[in-house]
Design a protein around this ligand. Sequence first.
Ligand SMILES: Cc1cc2nc3c(=O)[nH]c(=O)nc-3n(C[C@H](O)[C@H](O)[C@H](O)COP(=O)(O)O)c2cc1C
Length: 185
Amino acid sequence: MDTLTAIQTRNSIPHLEDPAPTHEQMSEVYKGALRAPDHARLRPWKFIEVRGEAREKLGSIFLETANSLNQDLTDAEVEKLLKAPFRAPMVIILAADVKHHPKVPEIEQIISLGTAAQNILLGLHDMGFSAVWRTGQMAFNPEITKHLGLQENFQIIGYLYVGTSMGKEKPLPEHNLDDFLEVWE
Ligand SMILES: Cc1cc2nc3c(=O)[nH]c(=O)nc-3n(C[C@H](O)[C@H](O)[C@H](O)COP(=O)(O)O)c2cc1C
């Protein structure tokens, strides 16, 4: 698949099953992620790949986090949190390793990780895998950072749920470019 076709045809897929990409395939995908734009070469990127039974641990961390946010959880909510990582054979936690820098604010570092995440989505799509980026309550809060065992400077900006499409793919949206583009010349 050529680059422009990959970019134009990527489609987020929430219904995912095995197989997940192999470690070797993911090595290639991460090489693309590590080519994200990065002001001052701060490398604000950390990817935590959670596969197979390790998804149980992630579900427990989601539950601990929700409990520490003082939520009065119902049984159904507890079940949902524990099962959340099992929505795909593999989950990639996107953790921004935010550094203090006089010229590079936190937002730039988070954007850099966001572009790395997009490169992951595109690399997976190129290989025939599918994924969806999710956030929700388990992103952008210090409690999830702590429960994942990361230092306080890390920001969890989301999760890529990765696997093989179960076949239910939405049509790609059709946009009117003029709604988004202004050209000065
Ligand atoms: C930062 C970010 C967070 C997102 N969080 C969620 C989410 O929690 N749940 C969800 O269903 N979609 C979420 N999305 C949207 C999906 O990843 C996806 O972009 C959307 O379903 C549209 O599909 P498309 O990417 O194929 O256009 C998020 C997207 C981004 C960029």
